[in-house]
Design a protein around this ligand. Structure first.
Ligand SMILES: *[C@@H]1O[C@H](CO)[C@@H](O)[C@H](O)[C@H]1NC(C)=O
Ligand SMILES: *[C@@H]1O[C@H](CO)[C@@H](O)[C@H](O)[C@H]1NC(C)=O
Length: 379
């Protein structure tokens, strides 16, 4: 193709998108083919309000995602079947502030949620992270959001971003693990959004690298108080709520939780919905009857389709629910965060898999997907 076109920030239905050849060898439109239908022009790197962005579109623009490489691969917008699914980031200023405050759709790694007191012990060595949640005396949501990722590929309706840790991301040696390499793949496919996360540690690394992951997806709803959440209870799967202290750090015990079963609304009033900021863990009674995947549904009021977020049940046993966005930043959404480990796992090791470390020469990968499901009234 004849070089990249300088386009203004492309809107959802922009007829012309500037594709860039990616690693897979696919290429953007050739000269003379520029006006093929929008569905064929699926990944583009654009300037979005002064920030670099990667925009994906599929099904003629009905499905659209904007990813912000300079903010650790945060998803700035996700539309499926023409409906906004996640709280969007509306401006560069908001996007730059977001990761410090609300972490809207941020990629939470190498830890998700809180590390108590910002301190953890790495095989007997005490390490300290910056406290960025002073109200709870905690280091929260990892290190990636503050860093820029490289666009490794952008073609078809998918893109890959990469980042390699230098070991300097946390000041004062708080996370001294150079070489940890992360790749985030984003894809729109058949009405679904698919996020794949890959992490690897070089063979030359000095030791195991602590790593866990969560995605801070805020599902946009018209009224949180009238929204129903539904945890996956197929195959007898149960959910337990993690008991926490005043700083929202789990203390160890868990309690059987029968709520979020799709029947009751979150409750409270539209301007002050019932406040949840709690962690839950799924427990499967038997590997034979339990589905391999895990889903959480977020069903807004009326005939709104439910957003369904899913992942591998063995990987994402932990889910954090936050219903306080109305109170904290006056936007109507419910955050459902799939996590590989419990809050404060750096101190407890409480993770879905056997270990929360990636060994030298080792790697880790997982996938999360988001789809819309028509409301039951319409079925
Ligand atoms: C569903 O959750 C509500 C609380 O939100 C609870 O009162 C009710 O008993 C639950 N239903 C079942 C079948 O567990
Ligand atoms: C909250 O946002 C709504 C618009 O969604 C606006 O009308 C209202 O004034 C805002 N309230 C506050 C306290 O900022």
């Amino acid at each position: 193709m004849a070089g990249r076109l300088a386009l203004p920030a492309a809107g959802l239905l922009a007829a012309l998108r500037c594709g860039r050849a990616g690693g897979s060898g696919a290429s953007g439109p050739r000269a003379g083919e520029a006006l093929v239908e929008a569905s064929a022009l699926e990944c583009s790197e654009v300037d979005w309000k002064g920030l670099p962005a990667v925009e994906l579109s599929d099904r003629g623009g009905q499905d659209f995602a904007r990813v912000l490489p300079s903010i650790g691969g945060t998803v700035g917008s996700l539309t499926l079947a023409g409906a906004e699914v996640l709280l969007p980031l509306g401006s560069a200023e908001e996007a730059l502030e977001n990761h410090i405050r609300y972490h809207k759709s941020g990629m939470l790694l190498p830890w998700a949620n809180r590390v108590a007191g910002g301190r953890y012990s790495y095989f007997g060595k005490e390490l300290a992270l910056d406290i960025n949640d002073a109200a709870h005396d905690a280091a929260i949501h990892g290190l990636l959001e503050g860093h820029g990722m490289q666009v490794a590929s952008c073609s078809g309706s998918s893109a890959s971003l990469v980042y390699t840790f230098t070991g300097e991301e946390a000041p004062n040696g708080g996370y001294p693990f150079p070489g940890l390499s992360v790749r985030l793949d984003y894809k729109l496919e058949g009405g679904k959004f698919v996020l794949s996360v890959h992490a690897s540690v070089p063979l030359q690394a000095q030791g195991p690298v602590p790593f866990n992951f969560g995605w801070h997806s805020y599902f946009k709803v018209s009224d949180v108080s009238q929204t129903r959440l539904e945890f996956d209870r197929r195959g007898g799967r149960q959910w337990r709520q993690l008991v926490t202290d005043a700083n929202l750090i789990p203390t160890g015990p868990t309690e059987l939780f029968e709520g979020f079963n799709g029947s009751d609304v979150i409750g409270g009033t539209p301007s002050r919905p019932t406040y949840w900021d709690n962690g839950f863990v799924s427990v499967d009674p038997s590997a034979d009857t339990s589905p391999k995947d895990l889903e959480v549904r977020v069903r807004g009021p009326g005939n709104a389709p439910a957003a369904v977020i899913g992942g591998d049940a063995g990987v994402f046993r932990f889910v954090q629910v936050f219903s306080g966005s109305e109170k904290v930043f006056n936007e109507s959404a419910v955050a459902v965060e799939l996590m590989t480990c419990a809050t404060n796992a750096y101190n407890t090791g409480d993770c879905s898999a056997a270990s929360m470390y990636i060994q030298p020469g080792g790697s880790w990968a997982a996938e999360i997907n988001v789809a819309l499901e028509a409301s039951q009234d319409e079925l």
